[in-house]
Design a protein around this ligand. Sequence first.
Ligand SMILES: Cc1ncc(COP(=O)(O)O)c(C=O)c1O
Length: 389
Amino acid sequence: MSFDEIIDRSGSHSLKWDMMEKRYGVSADDGIAMWVADMDFRPPACVAEALQRMIDHGVYGYYGDDRSYRASICWWMKERHGWEVDPSWIFTTSGLVNAVAVNLDAFTAPGDGIVLFTPVYHAFARVIQAAERRVVECEMAIDDGVYHMDFDAWDARMTGEEKALVLCSPHNPGGRVWTRAELEGVADFARRHDLLIISDEIHHDLVYPGAAHIPMATLPGIADRLVTLTAPSKTFNIAGSHTGQVIIEDPTLRERFARRMAGLGKSPNSFGLVMTEAAYSPEGAEWVDALVAYLDGNRLLFDDAVNRIPGLRSMPMQSTFLAWVDFAGTGMARDEFTARVEKQARIAANHGPTFGKGGESYLRFNFGTQLSRVHEATERLAAAFADLQ
Ligand SMILES: Cc1ncc(COP(=O)(O)O)c(C=O)c1O
């Protein structure tokens, strides 16, 4: 396996590469796509081999008997996260944005307040608003240069009309891996305000040395207000399979969620299930270990180079392949630093304000790509802001 191989994704219906010009005015011919959160790597061979077996068989009928699929998820959660999951707790959705939407539908009503700790993954707010719920933004504090929970301030904001909290753990875009004490704080906050916790743990496998992800579900006494979302899509770069899992231990919550899934007529596609099962395997685990080591190299290179540019600051991260860079120190207006990144450096990066309150002076850079490209991106950024040196 080589993560260094440059793979040309343009013309492959890649959202990241083929829509970059339309969204950012950055052409794939000479631009670098550092926005959408997928990576430019092929997944482990075990995933391609499982798909090849389907192709060789050649009949693509309805999928049945999902015991081995469920068993692979239970194995992964136990082996990699020390979390014992019963196969009956697992539901399959069309990815995790869909999982958030179905949870809102199952457990809340139009007009309800849904709490987000911002800045946070932009699709949460989009789905909440589209579902005619209200986004309640609780802005995180920055201490020692990284995000922290600010429960005292947030307690004062609650009105009693909030019904759920979507937690991003590990955190996108800040890259924090929440500590046990912080997760206990989230659990207490949810109890105080009677909130369901929808814990999106999609980035749980991509954690750098020195940090350890704690599944919210392993905290005592929280199951009756917890729904956990996981997926192999970020970890194995198979986001196009749009397959994610909703894991619910509590029988009452599970029954309510099951009813809503049935009411929507939802069932998964066979390709996603086969890819998931292939990925959640010892071979998949070995690949993830190598991937995290590679991404760690990208992270160190990116952070080191970006932090040398006066006025730019990449937030220290413990997880994800998404760097959150603050341009406030340049003293430039948002339009100006964004134009320099897009027009001069020819890099497409996500705009901070889409992540909610606190994101105004930031851009998010996806370094889940070949090291040579990350290096090239940092050189272009240094050149685009060379007048500040
Ligand atoms: C926290 C988080 N949740 C969900 C998703 C997307 O999930 P899906 O593609 O399964 O809908 C992302 C993608 O970046 C994410 O960062």
